[in-house]
Design a protein around this ligand. Sequence first.
Ligand SMILES: [Zn+2]
Length: 430
Amino acid sequence: MQENSLKTVELVRMYSVPINDARVRELITWYVNTLQRAVDIIWGNIEWRYEFPRITRNGKVKLGKKIRIPVLPKSNSFKKILRDELLKDCPYAKHWVDAVIRTAYSIMESWRKRYVKGRARKAKPRIKRRFARCKITLMKVDYAGKRVRITLKPGEYLDVSWASKWFSGRVDGWSVGEVILKDDRVLIPFKTVKMIKVERVIGWDSNELSLDGYEPSIGFIHVNLRYLQSLKIVYEKKKATAQSIGRRDLFGKYARRERNRERDFINKLVSQLVKQFPNTIHVFEDLEKSSLVEKPKVKSKTRRKRNARTPWRTIHRKLSEKAITSSVSPKNTSRTCPRCGYVVKTQVGHVFKCPRCRLEIDRQEVASINIRSRYLRMWGFPRTNEPEFSVRAEVWVGVAPNGWRPMIWRAMMESPPEADEAKGRGLDIV
Ligand SMILES: [Zn+2]
């Protein structure tokens, strides 16, 4: 790790301002319908090409099975036809049509990527949520007055102010990005750029009930997520009961509460992590949630369910809004020897044993070390430079409800003699 290297990070914080405006609800209805129309038209103009993927194995190039690749229509002439079509009977400012088109393309592009990877079916995307994503050209921000004016129709505006809101002090000097309109609120993204002095890199392994991190000067870090799991289990039961007695109102109430408590917990967890580990790059596995939840990779049904319960994406995203994060390929992170790079085929028990270099290490710790060193290698650090296994200290970061405020404990062990013993002495939390 380069000492004291400076990195710029873009920080984004999303805050919402409640509104109650019939014009906005009408706009959203138009927006969602028009967005679906745009998706329909793009879908109908997809060109399907046959391709034979090239597979390189042991230096030989082979052609793989024939696959059909969707190509989205992107020519200017097509875009003009699309725009003209959507502009027909459009009562709103023309820029709203451009906003719709841009959102339609980003929906289609993400569908296309997932389809090519085998993660989405050949089915036209359906717009289910009610929202309208604004364009910067439709907004006029008054930073001194802490107001934003959004053009609905030519000469007709929606004024939103954050001057008296609780978060207004937190975003002083920040710039405003493209707002999102919802039926009852406006979501405003605030952005700023910060220079951060990077002092350490932590590799994080995302597990069902914990986040497990590694950094040589700290040692192993355990973040307990049991609370999040039990919260989800409790509300799953409550929602099932509400459903069985046909109370949709109750079901909705529980779903909202569950979401709020989860969000609350994650926010507090993330701000504690940022406080505990300042000037840090947090490295995660690039986990498409689906690969953990889908059938072939994770065989046990209960395990799939549990993985589905842990909101990894939200945790990663929230952390990335407040700190520097990066991701590496998840391939074999828990099967690769952190010392010599040998990929172990099968593994049983709690201890990882490398048949090549004879390293023995707690299996839980293997992945986080590998995630970290994978990131360092991307930056050109050779395998032999790290990791320092001589550091056996452990930090336990537990999160538990205190009233409704989760807290984090941190206990540092200066020089525990053996790993097992250190583990036994770690604070048992929750
Ligand atoms: Zn080895």
